[in-house]
Write a protein that binds this ligand. Sequence first.
Ligand code: 1GP
Length: 248
Amino acid sequence: MNIYTEIVAAKKKGQKLLAVLIDPEKMKIGEVHSFIKLVNASVATHIFVGGSTDVDHQIEHIVTEIKKYTILPVILFPGDFSQVTTKADGVLFLSLISGRNSEYLITQQIAAVPKLKKSSLEVIPTGYLLIDGGIETSVQRTSNTNPLPQKDLTQILHTALAGEYMGNKLIYLEAGSGANIPVSPAIINALSNELNDPLLVGGGIRTIGQLNQAYEAGADMVVIGTAFEQNTAFFNELKKEITNENIR
Ligand code: 1GP
């Protein structure tokens, strides 16, 4: 499986992708099977696993359990290097380029190398931008960086383009898990017009309307966690009502 090649191919065809985010701190091992059954029956195309923290080091167990029940690509979305496990298919190798904390620009990346070297994980360099989602989110707290205000469109655009010029293969706009305000369609639109990289958008997307808005504005992949955690019926609602026929 080449995860990145498939994302690029979907973008070329205009197919939209949906990642379900599983936070290892919020899911118990015993809940994984039934949750993954719902994911498999839904329109989701990818599973992301990770969180700002994983105090009990559950991620490897959770990923191993997920892999038993699905053929969807399982991609790590790590809050720090300790969340890298060889049991997944790939890893978003994140650089928090909206921030100025060297810990999340290079230190954590170096710390991840010993595990990555020994693994067959597909490593996908990803420029990660934290955008103000209206509340202080855990990614903001943990990373100790300030989000970019949504009104600073030029700064957001230039940061994303710098991320692309630096060689990142994906650009990820993050309003933060549980954000009040998702990344605006205007920002998504401006970036998708200028970037070559596939564009991922997540944080605070809870409704079919918001999901469709993000796709229509140019998001190639939307990442949703909280809405599925809080209401598993959302999987079915999406299936019935999603207007975007291009989603797999
Ligand atoms: C993925 O952090 C988000 O980018 C997930 O956000 O939990 O608000 O869906 P939600």
